[in-house]
Design a protein around this ligand. Structure first.
Ligand SMILES: Cc1ncc(COP(=O)(O)O)c(C=O)c1O
Length: 297
């Protein structure tokens, strides 16, 4: 069955889906995006993603192309037409098509809305094999990383550096050695005192929806946690390192720059106890959304 994309009001075969060459997304990366997970036929944390989309659009003064109800209907229709159960949506909104000129076009063009979807493997049944390795890499991005902008070149270069080093993710750090986040993930550590930490919200990181969901789940548990930045030194001394994203859920990072995480601890080089707990919490969260997961349907 061929994939179907949504482009500006039309459902079209993926192979024939296109936008104009003067789309501001193509010319200036003048747009925003979301990646939403679909498990068991249901979007996960859709409210968080649509909320973040609205915020990103507002920060760039791009009008919403359609309301939330219409967007929810379009997502459901893309699911139906692609006969998806486990997959992910890519949703992109750009400022629209206009004669090339840096300033915002006047009158404002109609924003371009594109949705694509593809299959992914079902939610993992356990953390066996669900792990990553990372390199550290300078954060070379702009000063508004809280906006989910399609301008991803520094993220692309960092991820490629990781790939060339045989690793999965690049953990980004600022000029003062503070870790911000991953090239396409939020980063967590369990520090030497056993406290689970991730960078606080602000302009330096993307407010990850998985991060937000996990923090919400943590409120109900008794894991000591803090939204507090950590340094490269603390990363290297961490008992556990993890990443989170809509497509990776929560994933232990078992080596950083070739060094085993948690050296000297029983779980060295494998998922640690906090990663296991977060994974179990997230699996339950996914099940609660009616989407299966370990022990689910
Ligand atoms: C830079 C960056 N940080 C964090 C994330 C994780 O966000 P989410 O959990 O919403 O997928 C992403 C996801 O693409 C990202 O690109």
């Amino acid at each position: 069955m061929s994939r179907i994309a949504y482009v500006d009001g039309r459902y079209v075969p993926h192979a024939h889906a296109h936008v104009h060459i003067e789309d501001r997304g193509y010319q200036f990366a003048d747009g925003v995006y979301e990646v939403i997970l679909l498990l068991g036929g249901r979007p996960i944390d859709a409210g968080l993603h649509l909320g973040r989309l609205a915020r990103s659009l507002a920060e760039l003064a791009i009008p919403a192309p359609v309301g939330d109800a219409a967007l929810t209907r379009i997502i459901a229709e893309v699911v139906r037409r692609n006969r998806l159960r486990d997959g992910l949506f890519y949703l992109q909104v750009t400022r629209g098509v206009a004669r090339r000129d840096h300033g915002f076009p006047r009158p404002a063009p109609r924003p371009t809305l594109v949705l694509t979807a593809r299959r992914i493997p079902p939610f993992p049944t356990s953390l066996d094999g669900w792990q990553a390795s990372a390199i550290t890499h300078p954060d070379q991005r702009w000063a508004r990383c809280d906006i989910k902008s399609i301008a991803l070149l520094p993220n692309v270069l960092a991820r490629q550096a990781a790939r060339q080093a045989g690793a999965t993710e690049a953990i980004l750090f600022g000029p003062d050695g503070t870790v911000t986040e991953g090239a396409a993930t939020n980063i967590w550590i369990v520090d030497a005192e056993g406290v689970l930490r991730t960078h606080p919200l602000g302009h330096a990181i993307l407010p990850g929806c998985t991060r937000a969901a996990l923090l919400g789940l943590l409120e109900r548990g008794n894991i000591r946690h803090e939204e507090r930045a950590f340094s490269l030194d603390e990363l290297r001394a961490a008992r556990e390192v993890m990443l989170s994203s809509a497509t990776s859920y929560i994933k232990p990072i078992v080596a950083v720059d070739g060094a085993t995480v948690g050296q000297g601890l029983p779980h060295a080089g494998r998922a640690g106890p906090v990663a296991q707990l977060l994974f179990d919490l997230f699996a339950a969260h996914v099940r609660a959304a009616g989407a299966g997961g370990p022990g689910g349907k």
